[in-house]
Design a protein around this ligand. Sequence first.
Ligand code: 2P0
Length: 332
Amino acid sequence: MKATSKANSNIALTKYWGKRDKKLMLPQNGSTSMTLSDLYTITTVEFDKKYDADSFVLDGETLEAGTKEYDKVKKHLDLIREKAGISENARVESKNNFPTAAGLASSASGFAALSVAAAKAAGLDLSPQELSILSRRGSGSATRSILGGFVEWTRGEKDDGSDSVAKQIALAKDWPEFRMITTIVSTAQKKVKSTAGMAKTIENCPYYKDWLATVNEDIENVKKGIKEKSFTLVGETAQYNCLKMHATMITTRPPMIYWMPATIAIMHAILAWKEEGLEAYFTMDAGPQVKVICLEKDVPELEKKLKEIEGVQKTVVCKPGDGAKIIEEHLF
Ligand code: 2P0
């Protein structure tokens, strides 16, 4: 009853911002993303009678029982134990190859890896769609990390969440030239986590209704752009959608301004480079890092220019990657 999974992180091209059901983690709106090849989580889960309690080690650190993080993982394992009809405690070890909670979507790869490994260790044989529903219960964005390449997480209409799932838009090999350059401008933990931030936005942002009214058009444009390999349509739509999401964050009380000076410097630079004929677009999540959407041919020039901007500490070039999978090498 032991299994290990590797799940890649993903970055939204059109964003998920807001829940319509907190318990089932149902979103207010659908979203689209690219699964990344280079930022991932590996998780080993073992259920065994020999364990007196659940234990979780993340990046070498033990999560103490009673903490929010511990309870979140335990709740997720309870869900899987219930589905599988087992009662054994679990030992879980997990490793990220990137800084946790710095706006690089560690919960997406984290809950996708945990779901795939734990389901397998518990003896469940779930389809990718069922795994996406299970991952969603841990963290919304994890729904999308189950599949590789370009993915849609449908909003769904049903109250039970059975139609709020990951769907394939295109495989990684369908558009291998697509790139996202992640710039790291700060590795500090963010002040307002996404879960709390989106709840506040729904509570009092006067523009949230406008976000919901226009988001489906963005999703359709991104899907059309991916299918037609129209880089301009995907990039322009993703950038516009990101700015609309940040407009709701900024106009929530208290305001959530996730951008740092370097974030804004990168945005200005990308807009100026585009005027000069170097086509790239930006997108940011609930954090200060900028993900630069571009094509393979422009990566060397963009990386060189990005590194010259004050405050840019590091860049990571990400290609379209595979969906979550079982691997043979265990962490313990
Ligand atoms: C996204 N974000 O679509 C959006 C854009 C942040 C901004 O999904 O509460 O960690 O666990 O469902 O999935 C981050 O939110 O939040 C996120 P929960 P999650 O990528």
